[in-house]
Design a binder for this molecule. Structure first.
Ligand SMILES: Cc1ncc(COP(=O)(O)O)c(C=O)c1O
Length: 377
């Protein structure tokens, strides 16, 4: 249907082989491939990180809140501009999501200032999101939260491979949550990783992942255990072996994939320079590396976004919106005041996401930008 779709998987024979070898191996879940994927992820993050593979990014976020004992009467500050999972998980543990605004119309991440404005005596945690793969300015955020005794959870769904001064996103927060959903930089279908550098927290996360059980089916299969204890109530947020096998291949492809995304983003910037369309996060400091997860643009003020989407569609170009505002959702009516996040409200009205994926060609970027500029004439 689409000439150029929003996202395409970066898969080849290697993923296929990884899955078929797993199936032939006869062990489908929580086996050697999970251990290998977690170990490889620890090596990738490289700062004492302990990774636990889980069934989704949302599961990781839910577990992070449970592990930090966030619950009723607590407030959790989240970005006003993010995917709904961040708000949903806060509500699922009985706490209250509090929206903080974007730093500016060119930096769509939270800042220490925007977080600071929303802190109350009930604030228990902050979930930061590295929107579009661009790292939040973590040093002042970490300092603010440390001074106020607030826990920091990183939502790294957009940002595997992003870094600040060589420190990778996912190693700043007390707990960090990755998503490996199909359209992410590291795609395995459904899956995620929950990461901490604290051994006690990691143990709790392992219990939360698998019913609070102290041994796994694999341990019993290998004769390492006969039975198990249940240390605390837990869930089933496990990942299976096929996904871990794909994850191992995708992790190897991540650096080249992110590099290609960067080159494509630069081409988008070049093509749209001088037009009325702007691309956020143009303040790349020398020590900041983005993961270039999506290509969001800000359309001109007063522009009819739906007409632009239709015009792109007529030319076979898929586009998307990241994100509709929370206050537009039925389940969130009356919970938030858009006046608390005016920049987000404006971005939500004018944002459009253009296609971006590692196998995209330069000619395809040219086609998309020409189609967009013509749509704006
Ligand atoms: C910022 C953000 N947080 C959380 C999630 C949830 O991840 P998952 O779909 O793996 O549950 C997503 C995925 O779309 C996301 O973009």
């Amino acid at each position: 249907m689409w000439k150029i779709q929003l996202f395409k998987l970066n898969f080849d024979q290697r993923e296929l082989k990884a899955v078929s070898e797993t199936v032939e191996g006869g062990w489908l879940t929580m086996g050697e491939r999970i251990i290998a994927f977690e170990t490889a992820f620890n090596g990738f993050l490289n700062s004492g990180a302990i990774s636990t593979a889980v069934s989704s990014g949302t599961a990781a976020l839910h577990m992070a809140l449970l592990a930090l004992n966030v619950g009723p009467n607590d407030e959790v500050i989240i970005p006003a501009l993010t995917f709904i999972a961040d708000a949903n998980v806060v509500r699922m543990v009985g706490a209250r999501p509090i929206l903080a605004d974007c730093a500016s119309l060119s930096d769509w991440n939270l800042s220490a200032e925007s977080i600071g404005r929303r802190i109350t005596p009930r604030t228990k945690a902050v979930i930061v999101v590295h929107y579009a793969g661009f790292p939040c300015d973590m040093a002042p955020i970490l300092k603010l939260c440390k001074d106020r005794g607030i826990r920091v959870i990183e939502d790294v769904a957009h940002a595997p491979g992003a870094s600040i001064g060589r420190q990778l996103c996912g190693t700043f927060g007390e707990i960090s949550c990755f998503s490996f959903f199909s359209n992410k930089n590291l795609s395995i279908g459904e899956g995620g990783m929950v990461v901490t550098r604290d051994a006690a927290l990691s143990q709790r996360l392992c219990y939360l992942r698998s019913h609070g059980m102290t041994t796994l089916t694999l341990d019993r299969h290998k004769g390492r255990a006969i039975t198990y204890d249940v240390a605390e109530p837990g869930l089933n947020y496990r990942m299976d072996e096929m996904r871990a096998a794909i994850g191992l291949v995708q992790l190897e492809k991540l650096p080249a994939g992110n590099a290609r995304r960067k080159a494509l983003t630069n081409l988008y910037r070049h093509n749209l320079q001088g037009s009325l369309v702007t691309i956020p996060f143009d303040h790349l400091a020398i020590d900041i590396v983005s993961a270039f997860h999506i290509l969001p643009v800000l359309l001109p003020t007063g522009c009819d976004r739906l007409a632009v989407i239709e015009a792109l569609k007529a030319k076979g170009v898929q586009s998307s919106i990241h994100y509709p505002p929370f206050w537009s959702f039925s389940a969130y009516q009356g919970m938030f005041d858009p006046a608390d996040a005016p920049l987000t409200a404006e971005i939500c009205r004018r944002e459009l996401t253009l296609p971006l994926y590692p196998t995209m060609t330069d000619a395809e970027v040219d086609y998309v930008t020409n189609a967009l500029l013509e749509a704006l004439l």
